[in-house]
Ligand binder design. Sequence first.
Ligand SMILES: [Zn+2]
Length: 290
Amino acid sequence: MALNVLDRLVDYYHENKISHVYLVETNNVELCLEDLKKIVKQIFCASKYQENCTECNICNLIDQNYLPSLAIIEPDGSTIKKEQILELKRNFSTVPIYTKDNIYIIKNAEAMTQSSANTMLKFLEEPEEHIMGFFITSNLNNVIPTIRSRCEVIKAMYDVHELNIDSVFDDSNSEFLNIAMTYLEKLEVEKKDSIMYNRSILLGKISAREDIKKLFQIILIIYEEFLKNSLNLPSKYQKFAKNNFLSSYNRKALLKRVNLVAQFLEDISSNVNLELLLDKFVIDLGDVDE
Ligand SMILES: [Zn+2]
């Protein structure tokens, strides 16, 4: 599973807090699709859901891609065509069979053409009861804006950790952990002169791209630990998470930070200018609670 973002959807569903359509940006479209199918199983499983449920008809049908109320649409050739969306609408014009809701998942949403997007819009503008939708994309910016603007955007990032979580908190990484905490404290508590901290705290001590990357992997883990804590999930570093300035942030604020750092780690892998990237991070972090 990617972080805990997708996991929460099951709870949101039962709490009636789920949005009717999500746009999920991910660095692994295939895994994300599998996770979304798992979520559909967890919501609708006819027995008590367990990983790899083989007990019930619904989970079995989902595994075989044969559940009538779950439509998974992927590009036909290089694009998702208008006809595919029309067929979806036809199939979902009747009440769902087997499950309470009809669910569609559009894989590679950036492959939607203008006309398939236009056909989709009515679906999105007049949300019918008992229809849930998910668009999956590897790049938010390539999704047609009229679609994007009507979705709740979430991120599902995979395998960004090259660090073992336990090693982050042991002696071998104490120097990095200290720098990370000092940096975060300056950014989150003091806040003024934020961009200067990139030079005074980070680049003075570590400047190699690989080291900055490692530092941000540690920062990601720190934010995730606080996020777990705020969700009352078991966090290995409960104590660490409780005695700290980040404890006051709520789930939403922490989730935004997790997303921001995950984005940073994606960006740093491409050959962008390191100082500019760090400055962008600091500026985005400053804006994140507004
Ligand atoms: Zn089941």
